[in-house]
Design a protein around this ligand. Structure first.
Ligand code: ADP
Length: 399
């Protein structure tokens, strides 16, 4: 079955056409600057990358351009749009109601709208993508896969915040967690790769990208996760602070004459390793180069990032009363050997030893712990699009 996977941001849209039988990508690309001047990138597998600059006022025109590129008689990978049997959409926030992947219907759309309050930047864009596909490919099944679904199996002791219950009841303020599609995919693949028992295993997944989060997965179910109501909580990220004393917000708002909304922007966009490196960069390639040239702030940013990851792994090992495997994924987790080394140096007490040679590899699945390490440590590239494709096929086939 050919599946179109769509991931809409507020002014961008990433897409892939995947053949679910072979799990191969047939074409992929993105639309950028939607609502501005518009730019389509189209890359058929084995063919040349095409870039088209053309206005795309809304996501609807953007999707129309993607579909036109896919059926272009010269370079398209499809003879006609009939070949697309289903569309899978990434949706950021499912809120309290949308707890599992679902076939799109009126109730599902209403639930995504309701959760827009919790995901104000992404959910409206996700909805625009869904509406555009329904309009341009009428009758095709659309499936939504939420970033929050994997975290919905958390026990109350992990998802409740210790604040008045009325806020939980009135506004559904609880831990949701994000990157769920990635955590679900990587934990399943880790269990397969290491021959663990899906019903009797303890895995910790560290998704370390520009956004970063970490998850404890016991017997294939997510039992704890570092992001919260929004992706701001938890690890130090590219530009997000992660955990901090909530009283800092009131203190800085009054001393710097900032509104809570302005403070929220600072914590999301101007903090993290970017801030710790004195605004040098949020990219670990730049930070590592600068650290090697003696830049102390860059060194501190990498140290603080790694320390926070190690603390979370330690606490999740306690939460699960043990750990069989730790998986690193995301741009940093897959590529930055220095971060893996720094994190694992804290975890010798768990019986983990790093294979320094293996740790030099990147971009593929490999084990970085030594054969006698009590806990296996693995690097496993995430593939959220494939995970969305698999979910889409599962739902369409069971419909
Ligand atoms: P996101 O999907 O959250 O935007 P990614 O998972 O693609 O992020 O990760 C992007 C980050 O990965 C970059 O900002 C950079 O810090 C890091 N990264 C990518 N490639 C490398 C590399 N070769 N070495 C070190 N870090 C890398």
């Amino acid at each position: 079955m050919k599946v179109l996977v769509v991931n809409c941001g507020s002014s961008s849209l990433k897409y892939q056409v995947i053949d679910s039988d072979t799990e191969q990508i047939e074409a992929k690309g993105l639309c950028e600057r939607i609502g501005l001047d518009g730019r389509l990138v189209y890359q058929p597998t084995g063919g040349e990358k095409e870039i088209t600059e053309a206005p795309m006022p809304t996501h609807s025109e953007a999707i129309q351009m993607v579909l036109d590129a896919l059926v272009n008689p010269k370079t398209g990978v499809l003879k006609s749009l009939d070949e697309v049997e289903a569309i899978g959409h990434r949706v950021l926030h499912g809120g309290a109601k949308l707890t599992e992947s679902a076939l799109v219907n009126d109730d599902v759309i209403a639930a995504i709208e309701e959760a827009s309050d919790l995901g104000p930047l992404h959910n409206p864009a996700n909805l625009m993508g869904i509406h555009a596909c329904m309009k341009l490919m009428p009758g095709k099944p659309n499936v939504v896969v939420m970033d929050t679904s994997f975290g919905m199996t958390l026990p109350a002791k992990a998802y409740r915040y210790a604040i008045p219950t009325e806020y939980y009841e009135k506004y559904h303020i609880r831990r949701y967690g994000f990157h769920g599609t990635s955590h679900s995919f990587v934990s399943k693949e880790t269990i397969k790769y290491l021959n663990l028992d899906p019903d009797n295993s303890k895995v910790i997944v560290a998704h370390l990208g520009n956004g970063a989060s970490i998850t404890a997965v016991k017997n294939s179910k997510c039992v704890d996760t570092s992001m919260g109501v929004t992706p701001l909580e938890g690890l130090i990220m590219g530009t997000r602070s992660g955990d901090l004393d909530p009283a800092i917000i009131d203190y800085l708002c009054s001393h710097e004459n900032l509104t809570a909304a302005q403070m929220n922007t600072i914590l999301n966009k101007k903090s993290g390793v970017m801030a710790l490196s004195n605004n040098l960069s949020s990219d670990f390639r730049d930070l590592e180069d600068a650290m090697n040239e003696g830049n102390e702030a860059a060194g501190l940013a990498i140290d603080a990032f790694s320390y926070r990851v190690a603390k979370y792994i330690g606490s999740y090992a306690a939460a699960m009363n043990g750990v069989d495997a730790i998986a690193f994924t995301g741009g940093i987790g897959e590529n930055a050997g220095i971060v893996r080394k720094k994190v694992l140096e804290y975890l010798g007490f768990l019986g983990i030893t790093l294979d320094e040679e293996a740790n030099k590899k990147r971009g593929e699945t490999f084990v970085v712990s030594t054969p006698d390490s009590r806990v296996k440590v693995i690097v496993l590239p995430t593939n959220e699009e494939l995970a969305i494709c698999r979910e889409t096929v599962r739902l369409v086939k069971n419909a």
